[in-house]
Design a protein around this ligand. Structure first.
Ligand code: NAD
Ligand code: ZN
Ligand code: ZN
Length: 362
């Protein structure tokens, strides 16, 4: 089969590799029908995630069809369409029993495209299949559910739920990439009073307005703290969601938040950030961090099935699966392509050849 293989920092290629095989009776083999690329894959390619060994197939977000099952898998059948999520659950360890699948100590957690071969491939081995995949209702398209594999549960759980967004709240979202936009989309489920999006890129701020932000602040040109204080009668935001992963954006969130408010950090940090306890200690501020657990995936799936949530606007570019290299180039150059998420499909994407790989928005 073909797969996107990581060959060390800066090196990736779409290679011919052996087909995956069942290794444990709890495994399934899934044919990948749709896949996408994550900002974390770009972090891996920069060498920021050193546990990823050269030779690993990348990718942790896909929708596929079960083609083979281990003997112990009882809730799936070949032919089932499934969402394969970024988090795998052994279903048996303490953390899995508490719904903290991201912290799984039984061999699950974030393993695809990290500790084992991932999902940017024609086929994938899926461990702990019974407790890790989600059956996709027939009436939903791959694209409607694909972003449940990572960005939606991530922003919802680690941003909106950890931030404890309440009706009427002022929610400041720092960073309007896919993660920040998914935080805006899922914060709206709670009817906040206003959503303020903060980014340095005007194109991302435009997207933020499309996704439901009420106010946008370009913090390269304006003082974001001053604007948020003006908007909130001098108090600050009830909830500040960090969706970048840099020391200055974390520190900005700690400045934006009102006394008694919540900072929810979603960004992946590669460098230490300063916690200004000398200012914060007296302000009753709660700071939350986290890796996604994906306990909310069934709930989000229900919202999509009932038309309450539509993640399809994240799909800005479409490719065939074997155009993986072009898809990576497009996604990695978001500043000029305006890519949010690229969708790769294993079957010709119902587009004439000339239109393939062309931006669908823009
Ligand atoms: N916690 C988790 O489980 C989890 C899961 C997935 C992704 N993430 C992380 O979430 C973060 C965001 O992901 P993404 O895919 O949206 O990334 P992205 O790079 O597409 O978006 C980041 C946005 O931040 C903006 N930005 C950069 N510097 C800024 C600054 N100083 N002030 C304001 N805005 C600034 C950029 O213009 C960009 O729009 C990343 O760190 C990613 O690794 C975390
Ligand atoms: Zn991801
Ligand atoms: Zn577990």
């Amino acid at each position: 089969m073909k797969a996107l293989v990581y060959h060390g920092p800066g090196m990736r290629s779409w290679d011919e590799v052996p087909d995956p095989a069942i290794q444990q009776p709890t495994d399934a083999i899934v044919r990948i029908d749709s896949a996408t690329i994550c900002g974390t894959d770009l972090h891996i390619l920069k060498g920021d995630v050193p546990e990823v060994q050269p030779g690993t197939i990348l990718g942790h977000e896909a929708v596929g069809t079960v083609v083979e099952l281990g003997d112990a898998v009882t809730t799936l059948e070949t032919g089932d369409r499934v969402l394969v999520s970024c988090i795998t659950s052994c279903g048996r360890c303490r953390f899995c029993k508490e719904g903290h699948y991201g912290l799984c100590t039984g061999g699950g957690g974030w393993i695809f495209g990290h500790l084992i071969d991932g999902l940017q491939a024609e086929l994938a081995r899926v461990p702990f299949a019974d407790t890790s995949v989600y059956k996709v209702p027939d009436e939903l398209s791959d694209e409607q559910v694909l972003f449940l594999a990572d960005i939606l549960p991530t922003s919802y759980e680690v941003g909106v739920l950890n931030g404890d967004v309440q009706p009427g709240d002022t929610v400041a979202v720092v960073g309007a990439g896919p993660i920040g936009l998914a935080a805006i989309m899922t914060a709206k489920l709670y009817t906040p009073g206003r959503i303020v999006a903060i980014d340095l890129a005007p194109a991302r701020l435009e997207k933020a307005l499309e996704f439901g932000a009420d106010v946008v602040i370009d913090n390269g040109r304006e003082d974001a703290v001053e604007r948020v204080l003006q908007l909130t009668g001098g108090l600050g935001a009830d909830v500040a969601i960090e969706a970048v992963g840099m020391p200055e954006t974390f520190e900005l969130c700690a400045e934006l938040v009102r006394p008694g408010g919540h900072v929810a950090n979603v960004g992946v940090h590669g460098h230490p950030a300063t916690l200004h306890l000398e200012k914060l200690w007296i302000r009753d501020v709660t700071i939350m961090t986290g890796l996604v657990d994906t306990f909310s995936t069934p709930r989000l799936l229900e919202l999509i099935a009932n038309g309450r949530l539509d993640p399809t606007p994240f799909a800005t570019h479409r490719f065939e699966l074997d155009e993986m290299t072009e898809a990576y180039d497009t996604f990695a150059d978001a500043a000029s392509t305006n890519a949010l998420k690229v969708v790769l499909t294993a079957h010709p994407a119902h587009l004439p050849a000339a239109e393939k790989a062309v931006a669908v928005t823009a």
